[in-house]
Design a protein around this ligand. Structure first.
Ligand SMILES: [Zn+2]
Length: 63
C-alpha cells in the first residue's frame, strides 16, 4: 500500500497503480494541484472547462 496517488498526464484521472484505468496511458505525475470529483460530466461546468467527459476523480492541474 505504498504506492502514491498519481494523475494521468493524458486525461487527468487520479489513480493508484501502473497505468491509467481510464485511458490506459502510462505518463503520469505525482505533482498535481487540487482534485475534483465529477459526478455528472454533462452537468458540470468544471468538467466542460477541463474537457472531461466522464465521471470520476481528476486532478485540476497537472505539471
Ligand atoms: Zn488517463
Amino acid at each position: 500500500m505504498a504506492s502514491k496517488e498519481k494523475a494521468c498526464m493524458n486525461c487527468k484521472t487520479l489513480y493508484f497503480g501502473d497505468k491509467c484505468p481510464a485511458c490506459g496511458e502510462t505518463p503520469s505525475t505525482e505533482t498535481f494541484k487540487g482534485r475534483i470529483h465529477i459526478f455528472d460530466s454533462k452537468k458540470s461546468e468544471m468538467a466542460e472547462n477541463m474537457e472531461i467527459n466522464k465521471e470520476g476523480e481528476f486532478a485540476i492541474k497537472t505539471k
